[in-house]
Design a protein around this ligand. Structure first.
Ligand SMILES: [Zn+2]
Length: 323
């Protein structure tokens, strides 16, 4: 089976962050319209997201926090934990759909029904911590998908690659001491960008020392430096880990047009990075790969990068590694 799945529900558009917030519904509308106009949506299998199982969520977040998130939404609060995490009454339910969609994508790939899948969900997840919302994120979708792979599917080794321009702090902290999960984050240098973590010396704890790899990039970094990081560090590190499944936190905010970061990746770089990881998944773990949207705030380049990304997921075997 060579199909690519795409998680989609219009429900994702109803997480209302207010009039001036960069993490806004228009982001997903831009992605959806581009995938529709290019025919990529038609070539995909649409995955309808279910609500995530709360027992699974509690592997990643404290019950106290999850309850507080639900109550804040029910009570009509306007934000939780920090002003940059705005909520509306539906945000709790929509966050459960976002995480549930990622879990459903993992299930379909594990069942062999799909080769791989892209989850353009919102709200995003990689900054969400065990007890708090952070950086536009409420439930850590990628961490929840990885825990599901371990707990439900018995996958011993899961590799997570996070190429959002911001460090994936919540995901890293979830798996700091987990020898079954490799976490790699390539992001703008923490001295120069939120959330201020993700230094090279953060390498994991206990039995998992060496299973966290942070690659900070200075502002102005572009395609060549990312290509070098992939070829010399990221791809060999994943290959040596021999994962049974690869997850990608695919933010598109390292694009040169993005207003939140100062990294200068071209649209083509997102296609190239996707093809590298897809080829690696094909060679290591039967192609089992699910990618999960994080950031990306310039609508035109978000649509362009997403198109390149989904094309990269689909063209199994069409490009040799290194093209
Ligand atoms: Zn980001």
């Amino acid at each position: 089976m060579a199909s690519t799945g795409i998680v989609w529900t219009e429900g994702f558009l109803r997480h209302d962050t207010g009039p001036h917030h960069p993490e806004r519904p228009d982001r997903l509308t831009a992605i959806y319209e581009r995938l529709r106009q290019t025919g990529l949506l038609k070539r995909s299998v649409i995955i309808e997201p279910p609500y995530v199982d709360l027992k699974l969520v509690e592997r990643v977040h404290a019950r106290e926090y999850v309850d507080r998130f639900r109550r804040h939404c029910e009570q009509g609060e306007h934000a939780i934990d920090t002003p940059d995490c705005p909520i509306c009454p539906s945000s709790y339910d929509i966050a459960r759909l976002a995480a549930g969609g990622c879990v459903a994508a993992v299930d379909r790939v594990m069942a062999g029904e799909l080769r791989n899948a892209f989850c353009p969900v919102r709200p995003p997840g990689h900054h969400a911590e065990y007890r708090s919302a952070m950086g536009f994120c409420f439930l850590n979708n990628t961490a929840i998908a990885a825990e599901h792979l371990h707990a439900e599917h018995g996958v011993e080794r899961v590799a997570i690659l996070d190429w959002d321009v911001h460090h994936g702090n919540g995901t890293q902290h979830q798996f700091d001491a987990d020898a079954g999960t490799l976490f790699i984050s390539v992001h703008q240098h923490p001295y120069t960008l939120f959330p201020g973590t993700g230094f090279e010396w953060e390498t994991g704890a206990a039995d998992a020392v060496g299973l966290t790899l942070n690659i900070p990039m200075m502002p102005g970094t572009g395609d060549e430096e990312y290509r070098e990081a992939f070829e010399e560090q990221i791809l060999p590190k994943i290959a040596a880990f021999k994962p049974g499944f690869i997850l990608v936190s695919t933010g598109f905010d390292a694009h040169e047009q993005d207003p939140l970061g100062q990294i200068n990746l071209s649209t083509d770089a997102f296609g190239w990075m996707t093809r590298q990881v897809r080829a690696l998944a094909d060679s290591l773990c039967g192609g089992r790969l699910v990618t999960i949207l994080e950031g990306g705030y310039d609508l035109a380049s978000l649509a362009d990068s997403t198109q390149a990304h989904v094309e990269g997921l689909m063209n199994h075997g069409a490009h040799p590694p290194g093209d």
